[in-house]
Design a protein around this ligand. Structure first.
Ligand code: FES
Length: 106
């Protein structure tokens, strides 16, 4: 089981912003939406683009390369040309820090 990793100060992101951090060798994008934090892998399942650099519309991120859409809250794919979900990760607030953990190998 991987440890929780400090990602960013709780107050460092405005709504709609994100930050990408390394979690045990995986780039993870942490988004703030309506005061809540969500974490997905920073990779588009269509062809590997860095999804965090795309445009956010509500709770959907639009891939900057070919326009696939994903739900930031769940990683679920919402429109082609991607057909597979992005992995999403648990997030918590601890002592003013947003923390994330890679639970894929638990
Ligand atoms: S790499 Fe994201 S839609 Fe093609």
């Amino acid at each position: 089981m991987s440890d929780w990793i400090d990602a960013v100060d709780e107050n460092a992101l405005a709504n709609g912003e994100n930050v990408v951090i390394d979690v045990d060798g995986t780039d993870v994008a942490i988004f703030k939406i309506d005061g809540q934090f969500y974490a997905i892998e920073d990779v588009c399942t269509h062809d590997g683009a860095e999804i965090a650099s795309g445009r956010l519309e509500g709770d959907q991120i639009i891939c900057p390369r070919h326009g696939a859409r994903f739900c930031v809250k769940t990683g679920a794919v919402k429109s082609p040309p991607a057909y597979e979900d992005i992995d999403c990760f648990p997030v918590r607030i601890e002592n003013g820090k947003v923390q994330v953990r890679d639970n894929r190998w638990d």
